[in-house]
Design a protein around this ligand. Structure first.
Ligand code: FAD
Length: 364
């Protein structure tokens, strides 16, 4: 492995986003990360770069420019056609060691959750997983550091005067938000939850202006301990909770008659052109699939309308839905915490309210 000195922040510059693609299709999370990365890069006055790996994927690069990348590094090789941990880790780490970005953002997708920690370990740096907020307000960062102008790491004093990334993520089961900095090592790496960052609109002029750099890749069979033999598509389409405009979610409050509760929720979702979500209590009870779960360990949604039916409003659930534009909650307990975040609250039995909602939607 090339020698890599990662303790000199001044040697690192630029914000990178790992742009995930599968079968030539970009994962929408990378558009959210590019939009967020754009803000960070502007605050720091540096370039925002996309890192795109695959085989025959260069044509996707201008799209990444349209979402904010100034430059896209494209690494193409037949062994990068399908994601494998070893090959992707080798190429990503090689690029980072050569070009030294100060920040690397990766979507907290299945691939990102595998790739991010592996790369961080190989680069001997830290990684903050599952971030929900990122900030490089340099002034605020300096203020934060005033309280600890030096940090004692392994008995050595490290100067904390460089600009840094503040990475915020839920901790202790979502009961507090922890802000984490990586003062000593570079790059600063984080995986970011899909659906949390707002996506900027696509800009054709930016796509046209984006610089695309094809980077040489050296890989052979020995770099790959695993091989993808076949990709089997899921028979049933996964629920598109993240992209839905309307989410009708059910909670444990449907327990009195689960079948009717689910059927009524589906009927209301269909009438509103939305999808059915659920609290973890329903998923754990086996009433609905895990791809419907909203919350800290499920999906983060930002629909125009979120209807919570028989959901108490635990902090872990709220973490996944409180940024919805309009929240309607139905709960027979008027003191349920869900009402704290609701725009409209109906303290009543969901089995009585749902048919009325369906009827009102159908007649409007
Ligand atoms: P309950 O808490 O049992 O609430 C049911 C509600 O329904 C009550 O408020 C009750 O008043 C109401 N009700 C009952 N009958 C009716 C009726 N007929 N009409 C109207 N209202 C009625 N939870 C998530 O949802 N998503 C997550 O991602 C998630 N991640 C977690 C991660 C961790 C690390 C931990 C520790 C927990 C997590 N949880 C998550 C679980 C969370 O703490 C709660 O246990 C869960 O959200 C409760 O689900 P619920 O509101 O449906 O059920």
């Amino acid at each position: 492995m090339t020698e890599f000195h990662n303790t000199d922040p001044a040697a690192f510059r630029g914000v990178w986003v790992f742009c995930e693609q599968r079968g030539g299709e970009l994962n929408p999370t990378c558009f959210e990360l590019l939009s967020e990365g754009r803000k960070l890069a502007d605050d720091l006055g540096v370039e925002l770069c996309g890192l795109l790996l695959g085989d025959g994927v260069a044509a996707l690069a201008p799209t990444l420019g349209g979402y904010g990348a100034d430059r896209v590094y494209v690494c193409q090789h037949p062994l990068l056609k399908d994601y494998t941990t070893d090959a992707y880790t080798k190429v990503v780490c090689g690029m980072v060691m050569e070009r030294k970005p100060e920040i690397v953002l990766i979507g907290a997708t299945n691939i990102g959750r595998d790739l991010g920690p592996r790369c961080a370990a190989r680069l001997h740096t830290g990684l903050t997983a599952d971030c929900t907020h990122l900030d490089v307000d340099v002034a605020k960062y300096q203020e934060f550091l005033k309280r600890t102008s030096t940090l004692d790491v392994d008995g050595m004093k490290w100067d904390l005067t460089d600009r840094g990334l503040k990475m915020t993520r839920p901790a202790f089961g979502g009961h507090l938000m922890a802000t984490i900095i990586c003062p000593r090592f570079r790059p600063q790496m984080s995986t970011v939850r899909p659906g949390v960052m707002q996506c900027a609109p696509f800009d054709q002029a930016k796509a046209d202006a984006c610089r695309v750099e094809l980077c040489p890749v050296t890989l052979d069979e020995r770099d790959q301990k695993t091989r993808v033999l076949e990709v089997v598509k899921q028979a049933k389409a996964a629920v598109d909770l993240i992209g839905a405009e309307v989410v009708v979610s059910v909670g444990y409050g449907i327990s009195r008659d689960v079948k009717t509760g689910l059927a009524l929720a589906q009927q209301l979702a269909d009438a509103l052109g939305g999808v059915v979500g659920a609290s973890r209590a329903c998923v754990d009870a086996g009433w609905i699939g895990a791809d419907h779960q909203v919350g800290q360990t499920g999906k983060t949604v930002r629909p125009r309308l979120y209807i919570a039916l028989g959901i108490s409003g635990a902090i872990q659930h709220k973490a996944g839905m409180q940024d919805a534009a309009c929240i309607v909650a139905v709960n027979q307990n008027p003191a349920a915490p869900i009402f704290e975040v609701a725009d409209y609250g109906i303290p009543a039995d969901l089995f009585q309210v749902l048919p009325l909602m369906i009827e009102a939607t159908a007649s409007s």
